[in-house]
Design a protein around this ligand. Sequence first.
Ligand SMILES: NC(=O)c1ccc[n+]([C@@H]2O[C@H](COP(=O)([O-])OP(=O)(O)OC[C@H]3O[C@@H](n4cnc5c(N)ncnc54)[C@H](OP(=O)(O)O)[C@@H]3O)[C@@H](O)[C@H]2O)c1
Length: 303
Amino acid sequence: MQILITGGTGFIGRNLCKELVERDHTVTAMARSKPTESLPAGVELVTGDVREPTDVEDAIEGQDAVYNLVALSPLFKAPRGAHDAVHRQGTQHLIEAATQAGVDRFVQMSALGADPNGTTEYLRAKGEAEAIVKASDLDWTIVRPSVVFGDGAEFVDFTKWVSFPPMLSGLWWPYITPLPGARARFEPIWSEDLVGLLAEIIESAEHNEQTYEFGGPETMTLADIVRLIHQAEHKSARILPIPTVLAKIPLAIGQHIPGFPLGSDQGRSLDIDNVTTSNDVDRFGRDPAELESLRAYLGGNKR
Ligand SMILES: NC(=O)c1ccc[n+]([C@@H]2O[C@H](COP(=O)([O-])OP(=O)(O)OC[C@H]3O[C@@H](n4cnc5c(N)ncnc54)[C@H](OP(=O)(O)O)[C@@H]3O)[C@@H](O)[C@H]2O)c1
């Protein structure tokens, strides 16, 4: 198949490019800029912006399938309206161009909790994008993964950044990690497990018009994850849970400080679990318990 991956230069996109090339597909990755690291061998790059309908039309021409993996990270503050422009409007452009070009399969990468009435701009834009995909005449599949880990993932580095505060770590004795959102639950899934599932989606019509929630083998709180990350660096951690309301106040102020990386939506996210209602990996013949765990990955026991 001729396959376009929008956002194909990103963390999950690169892994998916490699997986699809290995399955003998012809893969084109689309992103706004040339990546600093080269793409897997055999993958073509087109530069373009999903906010521009003509860029999207040019990239989709001649493709049999499209994966939409474009992302604006929810971990950092975004300019007002940016999630809407990239996730909702970008998806609208892709669906229109894919319909026009007669694309056979469309896979939309969404997120757990995506909802037009969600509490963050990211979740609302993702929810509206899902509605656009479902209303189309294409053969579509929507995927909502929990947080994804693997080489090059943002999540582990971000968690380190917020939980090893460089300004504070030297001041606390014994070593204490103040952690807002400590009880929020996650079901981390390994990028390589995820892209295998994504690749299978376009191989069978049984996945048409399905929304799948994917998680890994373990449900863990943010505190559990921080402890694992500290252990992997041979440090012990004493977590001091901070009530989210206390974190939300500085984040609400940060919302209005130009250049400050976090804002109100990051505060709201602290109250949101990131777990599946039912882990759909079993619908692909996978036993969740056999997937790679974050614990094994951080411990250097990669499969
Ligand atoms: N990573 C996770 O834990 C996770 C969890 C749940 C859901 N997801 C979803 O999975 C998908 C992939 O996530 P990821 O972690 O791989 O993201 P990522 O590493 O941040 O990659 C984002 C990609 O989108 C491209 N992009 C951004 N804005 C664009 C635009 N306006 N037009 C065209 N390309 C654009 C980026 O390249 P340029 O910047 O060069 O344009 C890059 O290739 C996203 O839909 C995300 O919401 C991810």
